[in-house]
Write a protein that binds this ligand. Structure first.
Ligand code: PAF
Length: 289
């Protein structure tokens, strides 16, 4: 499991932790890095704004790119190496014959296609092709870096479930570690896309986490019916007219199959638009026996 690597004159056992990111690092990313540092003795952060996971009308061009700042944050956080490939290096389809690959590029590259049942719900309904793009790049990153462990935030709960499933289905030799959502004092989950929000929008956006908290309270008080828990979230979201919900769904956190009742565990997830910004948030509802 552990690799033996030569550091200078000595040979040591090395466990590699990978934190895949698209850059514009925030406190949420730093918490993944911290966890990776605790569990491994070599930490790599990948920074790549993956064009495969953006739809034609999405924010690929505007997505914040702050490599110098990210590099400093990584250094302060004790990251050992950053892997920040150029787009044509990571995805030769985007370049031309001089991509450096010996493969003929007269056909599109191989794609990783997660199960339809996992990509047709939640964000997948609104972002066709997104999770195929994520699954393809994550598979490439795992193969290139060959980490022992890779760290992903629970904020992207659907992404996390799909990556766990692809690692199991393709027998990839890596442990996937899911890490808790980090929130601002208002409750707003940290996200690189929060940079798009004005200060006023940021305070309105906190309604997402408040609505989930309402549902969690109901759940703790014994409510198990998905329709009632979803209705509680929708009612709270409706108090802020600027928030345009895309979905509020309750699914099983591993299979992403919609649940009528939460017996053991459920993932209550929201996506909503606020102006031009798309926000997501979620909570895991666990039945304490
Ligand atoms: O969560 C992200 O930042 C991205 O989806 C990921 C996992 C780095 C793949 O591009």
């Amino acid at each position: 499991y552990l690799r033996r690597c030569r550091f200078g004159q000595s040979t040591q056992d090395v466990a590699i932790g990978l934190v895949p990111t698209m850059g514009a690092l925030h406190i949420g990313h730093l918490s993944l890095i911290e966890r990776a540092r605790q569990e491994n003795n070599f930490v790599i952060v990948s920074i790549f704004v993956n064009p495969l996971q953006f739809g034609p009308n999405e924010d690929f061009q505007q997505y914040p790119r702050q490599l110098d700042r990210d590099r400093q944050l990584c250094q302060q956080a004790g990251v050992d190496a950053i892997f920040a490939p150029a787009a044509e290096e990571a995805i030769p389809d985007l370049g031309n014959a001089s991509s450096g690959s010996s493969m003929s590029r007269d056909a599109p590259s191989t794609a990783v296609v997660p199960p339809e049942s996992m990509t047709s719900v939640l964000c997948g309904r609104f972002r066709p092709g997104h999770f195929q793009g994520v699954a393809t790049i994550v598979t490439k990153l795992l193969n290139l870096v060959q980490p022992n462990r890779a760290y992903f935030g629970q904020k992207d709960a659907q992404q996390l479930a799909i990556i766990r499933r692809l690692v199991a289905d393709l027998n990839l030799p890596v442990e996937i570690v899911g890490c808790p959502i980090l929130r601002e004092a208002s409750g707003l989950a940290y996200s690189s896309r929060n940079q798009y929000l004005t200060p006023e929008q940021k305070s309105l956006a906190a309604v997402l986490s408040h609505s989930l908290l309402q549902a969690e309270k109901l759940f703790k008080a014994g409510e198990r019916l998905s329709a009632s828990l979803i209705a509680a979230v929708e009612a709270e979201l409706a108090t802020v007219p600027a928030i345009m919900p895309e979905y509020v769904e309750l699914v099983h956190p591993n299979t992403l199959i919609p649940l009528e009742n939460v017996e053991e565990v459920g993932l209550l997830a929201i996506a909503a638009r606020l102006g031009a910004t798309r926000l997501i948030d979620n909570v895991l509802l666990k039945n304490r026996k």
